[in-house]
Design a protein around this ligand. Structure first.
Ligand code: ADP
Ligand code: MG
Length: 662
C-alpha cells in the first residue's frame, strides 16, 4: 500500500501527473461530456443532476444561456434561441438543404465572408460561435469536476461530416479555449465505448437514432484500427418525429383540432409536443400510459406565428401572456390509455424507414447481412423496444445495449482522449495504487465532507463546491483531513489554510471550489477558488510525514468501532447547523422588514419560538433541536409568505419599468 505524503503544491516533482482530458459528444439535440476515472469512462452531470445538456443556446441582451433553460425559451423566444445548430455548422448558404432551411432563422452573409450569420435581436452570430458556447459549458463541467484545466479534449462528429464541417467544429473548440487532441467519428466512439477495439477484427454496424437524425455506419476493425466502410442516414428522421406521431394521436382523440380548423397556436403545440415526448419516453419502460391533457387556451389571432424570424425586441414578454397554457383542472380531457401495442403500430412505418439507409450502407460497403459481427445502438430513441426488435430482426443479431445509448458516444470520446494524452488506460491502471484513507475537508459543525473516498485509484482529481455560511463573510478557513470518521477532530489533520478576499455576498451566494489532486506518487495538493470573482487561496499545505500501515489500520478500526457514536455526533452537529442557519437568516429578515410586516403580537410569537430554538441548540438532543426548528419554521410560514409576496410585487414593478424602457 502506498503511503500518502503531503507536499507543498508546486514543490512536488509530479513526474507522473495525469493529464486532465475529456470527451465531448456535441450532438444535434443533446450534448454530453465524459472523463475517464480510475480507468473507467463516465459522463458528468450538471449540478442539477442531468447528464444531457440540450444543445440549445439563447442570446439575451447581456448574457447567454445554454441548455435546459434555453430549451424552455425556444417556444416564446425563437429568434434569439438557437436549436440544432449542428445542422448549420460548416455550411454556406448554398449548401444548406431543405431540413436545415426549415429552421426559423434569418441569415445574412457579410461582405467577403463565407460563413452565414444568424440574426438574433442582439447580435449576428455564426454557428461556430453558438457551438462554442455549448462546448464551453461542457468543458467547465469537466474542469469543475476534475479541479483543473483540461489539457486536451476529443470531440465527436458524424462520420459523414465533410472537411468544412470538421474544420468548423475545430474552430468552435478553439473559440471555446479547448485544445482538440482529435475529432473522432461518432460511430467509432461508440465502438470504442463497447471495447470493440479490443477484439481481433470484425465488421460492426452502428445504428444511431437521435432526436432529429438517423445515421447508420459500417465500421471495419482491422489490426486495432477502425475504418468507416460506409455511412447512410436520413437527416430528417428521429425521436422528434415520433413525438409528432404521438401528438397526432392525441389530437385525433380530442375535439381540439376540429375546434380550431386544424390550427393550434405555436405555444399549445409545443406544450403538446413536450407532453408527447414524455409519453414516448415513458412507454420505453412501461406497457401503457394514461393520457390526460388540460384544456388549452387557443388564440385564434396567433396561429403559428411566433415562429417568424422578425419577432422584435421584447415580444416574447407579450407572447408569454397571451399564449399561456391554461390549466383548468375541471375541464381536463381524459384521452384514455395509450398502450405499447398501439404505440408500436403507430410508429412502425416510421421506424421501418431507417432500414432503407441500412440496406444502402450494406450495399455501398459491398457486404451482406451475414458479414456483420456486432450491432451497436446509439441515440436516445433506440431505447424504444420496437426499435430494438426491428434492428434484431433485420440484422439477425441482438444489438449491444448495455451502455446508455445516449451516453455511449461521449464515453468513447473520453476513452480516446485519455489514451491520446498518454494517461494509463484501464489495462495498466490496475497496477496503480489506491488512497488508503479518505481525504476531505472540515465543514460547519466540525463535520467532515469527504472529497476523495478511500480506495480510490490514484492519480485522481476531484473537486467540490462550498459556500459561505454568513452574510458578508469574506474569508473561509479550510481544514484538510484524512480518515473515515464523521468528525474532523477524530481524523488526522493534514493542513489548514485560508481563502481571503471573498467579495461580501449574502450567505450561500459565494461559490468556493475546493479541488484535491493526488498524483501517481500519492502527493496531495489542494486549491480553493472563489468562482464568482475567481480568487484563489494562498495555499499553505504543511508538509507532514507518511502514515505507517499500522496507523492506517488503527484509524480504520476506530472508524468501525465508533460508527454508532459518530452517527449520533453527526446528527447533533447537523441539527445544530440547520438550526443556526434558520436563526441567522430569520434574524437578518427581521432586521430588514420585521417592523413593517409584523404586528407586535406576531412578532412576539416569533421571538418566543426563536428563543426556544436558541436555547435548545445549547443541548445535546438532535431531535429536540429539529423539533424546535420545525416549530419555528411553521410559525414563520405566514411571514415568509408576506415576504415573498412583497418580493414578487417588487419584481413585477421592476418588470414594468423594464418594459417601458424596451
Ligand atoms: P442527438 O444525438 O440527436 O443529440 P440523442 O441521442 O440525445 O440526440 O437522442 C434524443 C432523442 O432520444 C429525443 O428524441 C428523445 O426524446 C429520445 N429519447 C431519450 N430517451 C428516450 C427513451 N427513454 N425512450 C424513447 N426515446 C427517448
Ligand atoms: Mg448523437
Amino acid at each position: 500500500m502506498t503511503l500518502l505524503q503531503i507536499s507543498e503544491p508546486g514543490q512536488s516533482p509530479n513526474p507522473h501527473q495525469r493529464k486532465l482530458t475529456a470527451g465531448i459528444d456535441l450532438g444535434t439535440t443533446n450534448s454530453l461530456v465524459a472523463i475517464v476515472e480510475n480507468g473507467t469512462p463516465k459522463t458528468l452531470a450538471a449540478p442539477q443532476g442531468q447528464h444531457l445538456l440540450p444543445s440549445v443556446v439563447r442570446y439575451l441582451s447581456n448574457s447567454i444561456i445554454v441548455g435546459a433553460e434555453a430549451k424552455q425559451a425556444a417556444t416564446h423566444d425563437p429568434s434569439n434561441t438557437i436549436v440544432s445548430v449542428k445542422r448549420l455548422i460548416g455550411h454556406s448558404l448554398d449548401t444548406l438543404t431543405a431540413p436545415e432551411k426549415r429552421l426559423p432563422y434569418r441569415f445574412t452573409l457579410e461582405k467577403n465572408a463565407t460563413i452565414p450569420r444568424i440574426h438574433t435581436n442582439y447580435n449576428k452570430i455564426t454557428p461556430i460561435e453558438v457551438s462554442a458556447e455549448i462546448l464551453k459549458v461542457l468543458a467547465h463541467r469537466a474542469e469543475d469536476y476534475l479541479g483543473g484545466t483540461l489539457t486536451g479534449t476529443v470531440i465527436t462528429v458524424p462520420a459523414y461530416f465533410d472537411d468544412a464541417q470538421r474544420q468548423a467544429t475545430k474552430d468552435a473548440a478553439k473559440l471555446a479555449g479547448l485544445n482538440v487532441l482529435r475529432l473522432i467519428n461518432e460511430p467509432t466512439a461508440a465502438a470504442l465505448a463497447y471495447g470493440l477495439d479490443q477484439e481481433v477484427e470484425g465488421i460492426h454496424v452502428i445504428y444511431d437514432l437521435g432526436g432529429g437524425t438517423f445515421d447508420v455506419s459500417i465500421l471495419r476493425l482491422q489490426k486495432g484500427v477502425f475504418e468507416v466502410l460506409a455511412t447512410a442516414g436520413d437527416a430528417a428522421l428521429g425521436g422528434d418525429d415520433i413525438d409528432l406521431l404521438v401528438m397526432d394521436w392525441m389530437l385525433q382523440k380530442t375535439t381540439l383540432e376540429s375546434n380550431i380548423d386544424g390550427n393550434i397556436d405555436h405555444h399549445t403545440s409545443r406544450a403538446l409536443l413536450q407532453y408527447a415526448c414524455t409519453i414516448k419516453e415513458t412507454l420505453s419502460t412501461t406497457e401503457q400510459v394514461s393520457v390526460r391533457i388540460p384544456s388549452f387556451h387557443i388564440n385564434p389571432n396567433n396561429p403559428n406565428n411566433s415562429n417568424s424570424s422578425d419577432v422584435s425586441h421584447g415580444t416574447h414578454k407579450s407572447n408569454n401572456i397571451h399564449e399561456t397554457l391554461i390549466h383548468e383542472t375541471l375541464s381536463d380531457t381524459d384521452l384514455g390509455i395509450l398502450d405499447r401495442n398501439t404505440f408500436d403500430t403507430l410508429i412502425e412505418p416510421l421506424l421501418r424507414r431507417t432500414l432503407t439507409p441500412c440496406r444502402r450502407a450494406l450495399r455501398d460497403a459491398g457486404l451482406h447481412l451475414q458479414d456483420i459481427t456486432k450491432v451497436v445502438l446509439v441515440g436516445g430513441a433506440t431505447r424504444i423496444p420496437k426499435v430494438r426488435q426491428l434492428v434484431t430482426e433485420f440484422f439477425g443479431v441482438p444489438p449491444l445495449t448495455e451502455l446508455d445509448p445516449d451516453k455511449v458516444v461521449a464515453l468513447g470520446a473520453a476513452i480516446q482522449a485519455n489514451t491520446l494524452a498518454g494517461n494509463p488506460t484501464h489495462h495498466d491502471i490496475l497496477l496503480l495504487d489506491v488512497i488508503p484513507l479518505s481525504l476531505g475537508i472540515e465543514t460547519m459543525g466540525g463535520l467532515v465532507e469527504p472529497i476523495i473516498p478511500r480506495n480510490t485509484t490514484i492519480p485522481v482529481a476531484r473537486a467540490q463546491e462550498f459556500t459561505t455560511f454568513k452574510d458578508g463573510q469574506t474569508a473561509l478557513a479550510l481544514h484538510v483531513v484524512q480518515g473515515e470518521r464523521d468528525l474532523a477532530q477524530d481524523c488526522r489533520s493534514l493542513a489548514r489554510f485560508e481563502l481571503r478576499g471573498i467579495p461580501p455576498m449574502v450567505a450561500g451566494a459565494a461559490r468556493i471550489q475546493v479541488a484535491f489532486t493526488v498524483d501517481a506518487d500519492g502527493l496531495l495538493s489542494v486549491t480553493a477558488t472563489e468562482r464568482t470573482k475567481n480568487i484563489q487561496a494562498q495555499i499553505t499545505v504543511k508538509p507532514s510525514y507518511g502514515l505507517q500501515d499500522q496507523e492506517i489500520e488503527g484509524m480504520l478500526k476506530d472508524a468501525i468501532s465508533y460508527a454508532q457514536d459518530d452517527l449520533e455526533a453527526r446528527k447533533l452537529r447537523e441539527a445544530q447547523v440547520a438550526a443556526q442557519q434558520v436563526i441567522v437568516s430569520l434574524n437578518s429578515a427581521l432586521d430588514t422588514d420585521g417592523d413593517t410586516l409584523l404586528n407586535s403580537q406576531e412578532r412576539e410569537l416569533i421571538d418566543q419560538a426563536l428563543q426556544t430554538l436558541e436555547s435548545s441548540t445549547q443541548g445535546t438532543d438532535a431531535i429536540t433541536i429539529n423539533q424546535s426548528r420545525e416549530k419555528l419554521e411553521e410559525i414563520c410560514n405566514f411571514y415568509v409568505e408576506r415576504r415573498m409576496n412583497l418580493g414578487i410585487q417588487q419584481a413585477l414593478t421592476g418588470l414594468k419599468i423594464d418594459n417601458v424602457t424596451i
